[in-house]
Design a protein around this ligand. Structure first.
Ligand SMILES: [Zn+2]
Length: 62
């Protein structure tokens, strides 16, 4: 679980994207969080609480 995060952070998610990548870039923060797969570039929007549970750890910044 990741409590604090901000725009531009790279996070490792517990569940990998269908393309096989686990690292995502945070591109919008609000009630929903938008993350972009760092491999295929697909964008996913998920509720903040779900994102926090699904995130494993912060990897770094863009
Ligand atoms: Zn992907």
């Amino acid at each position: 679980m990741v409590e604090n995060f901000e725009l531009g952070d790279i996070v490792e998610m517990k569940k990998e994207h269908p393309c096989g990548e686990k690292n995502f870039e945070i591109i919008r923060v609000g009630a929903d969080v938008k993350i972009k797969c760092t491999k295929c570039g697909r964008i996913i929007m998920i509720p903040r609480s779900k994102f926090q549970k699904g995130a494993k750890k912060l990897i770094g910044k863009v």
